[in-house]
Design a binder for this molecule. Structure first.
Ligand code: SF4
Length: 343
């Protein structure tokens, strides 16, 4: 059975090409056709010998996912639903902002972690995405972005990226490489619900990527209610893992905090959050909860949001409120896929 060529790092393709009796620089030429020129047909690789193109066709295919549905928001945000080779769906988003276009990438079909505010967790976990499928997703995001520009990537779509550690890390290394998309590591963010062993492992990878930890509560009982992963990894242990990560990598962490009215958004919650993260090289990104009809959550009003933010800032915590994007097209993760699967 042939395989997606995007499963392979350059050195892996080089050794296959050499085993076929060709010079290894042909692998760099193939990478250039695939990643720089976006070619989707081996026949178009005109600087390769015809027999090599035939070999490649026998052994590999070039494209896996197709765009099944695309929604474009008034603010330019795009929500894209991809159909995978096996008929499963994943969704991704393209978020243009001043001078940058960010792709929000899924790493799994569904998710095991069942966070209460997230539509992705509602339909359960199906499977991991392979490295090639993740790269196909990025490839199609790039193709669909304004002027085919994609400057930043955030692994914040469906799935827990650190639960699909090897495939996500391999895809990031390929995406980051000069022979492929060459998106700088500092422009790639992994967002985790807080898997402690994998945070530890990530700290030893020597990658300059950004790490974002979904906190969403500063109290174990509240966090366990909205993020069941907290039963396994408590806030105390998670804080220690983040501290170790910061010390080892010398990099700042971002804590994501979705403000949900009546759940985690009052001033006592803000004070607890200050106490929890004070002393860490970290910043807090406050996000207003999207209205997710399946979950019954809604954001607090502007006054409550401002008071929460000011409490953190007064406590010496670096804090921003992330602007909500694509609300008119339901850009919260998992909503498009969920709607599609319920049809
Ligand atoms: S927020 Fe992330 S970890 Fe939680 S259920 Fe959704 S996709 Fe999974």
């Amino acid at each position: 059975m042939n395989m997606n060529i995007k499963e392979l790092a350059l050195r892996e393709l080089q050794s296959i090409i050499e085993s076929w009796g060709y010079k290894k620089f042909a692998a760099a030429q193939i990478f250039s056709w695939v990643y720089k020129k976006g070619i989707e047909d081996f026949n178009a690789m005109s600087n390769l010998p015809v027999p090599l193109r035939e070999k490649l066709k026998e052994r590999f295919y070039l494209s896996d996912a197709v765009v099944a549905e695309k929604l474009v928001s008034r603010d330019g945000t795009q929500k894209i639903l991809f159909r995978l080779k096996d008929g499963n769906y994943i969704e991704s988003a393209l978020i243009p902002a001043e001078g940058r276009v960010t792709g929000c990438v899924s790493s799994q079909v569904g998710c095991k972690y069942a966070c209460a505010f997230c539509a992705s967790g509602l339909s359960g976990f199906k499977r991991d995405l392979s490295c090639g499928e993740i790269i196909d997703e990025v490839f199609l995001l790039k193709k669909n972005s304004p002027e085919q520009k994609l400057t930043h990537l955030v692994f914040m779509g469906t799935g827990e990226p650190l639960d699909n550690y090897d495939n996500v890390l391999k895809a990031i290394r390929i995406i980051n490489s000069p022979e492929a998309f060459h998106i700088g590591a500092r422009r790639i963010t992994i967002s985790t619900s807080g898997l402690i062993p994998e945070i530890k492992r990530l700290s030893g990878e020597g990658l300059q990527i950004e790490l974002s930890v979904s906190l969403h509560a500063a109290d174990d009982s509240v966090r366990t209610k909205i993020m069941p992963v907290n039963k396994k990894y408590s806030l105390k242990d998670l804080r220690a893992a983040c501290r170790d990560y910061i010390n080892k990598t010398n990099r700042q962490i971002t804590f994501e905090y979705i403000l949900i009215k009546g759940v985690n958004a009052d001033l006592r919650d803000a004070e607890k959050l200050c106490t929890l993260i004070r002393g860490l090289n970290a910043k807090v990104n406050l996000i207003l909860s999207n209205k997710v009809p399946e979950c019954g959550f809604e954001p607090p009003d502007k006054k409550t949001t401002a008071a929460f933010k000011n409490t953190l800032a007064d406590g010496g915590i670096q804090v921003t409120v992330r602007a909500s994007r694509g609300e008119d097209i339901q850009a919260a993760c998992g909503q498009l896929r969920l709607r599609h699967e319920q049809k």
